[in-house]
Ligand binder design. Structure first.
Ligand code: 5GP
Ligand code: ZN
Length: 124
């Protein structure tokens, strides 16, 4: 049972709506715990967002009881990288949390970026 706060967040959250199918997305992967889809404004030839189906706000909001979710996020990253042909060439995975990281969507998401040679700077 969701608390009233959680229920409100879930109702308003775009990524929760994508997970439930209320909003469309270009799905690339799904399992019991996570859902992955193409970023609407890709910053690399391959730019996928992998999100927990459960509403988690950001890295600070992750708890020990979410360990299966986290395992699934990384399993999804491995499988998607293989499926989209970037496992061999390499890819970048990023979680943004909060203002300094320019987080804009407050439903935890793992960016999976690849398909091009990226620069070495992570903070540019
Ligand atoms: P953040 O800046 O929070 O780490 O990343 C949010 C990402 O979500 C951005 O890369 C942005 O392009 C993507 N995004 C925002 N709204 C939507 C949407 O409605 N659909 C999809 N597929 N991606 C979105
Ligand atoms: Zn959400």
């Amino acid at each position: 049972m969701l608390s009233p706060t959680e229920a409100f967040k879930t109702k308003e959250c775009i990524f929760c709506k994508i997970v439930s199918g209320t909003l469309p997305s270009e799905k690339v992967y799904e399992n019991d715990n996570v859902f992955a889809f193409r970023d609407i404004s890709p910053q690399a030839p391959v730019h996928i967002l992998i999100v927990p189906k459960k509403h988690i706000t950001d890295v600070l909001d992750v708890s020990v009881s979410d360990s299966a979710v986290f395992q699934n996020l990384f399993q999804a990253a491995q499988q998607i990288a293989a499926k989209l042909g970037i496992a061999g060439s390499g890819f970048r995975t990023v979680f943004n949390s909060g203002d300094h990281a320019c987080q804009t969507m407050y439903h935890l998401h793992l960016h999976l970026l690849g398909g091009t040679q990226m620069g070495g700077s992570l903070v540019g």
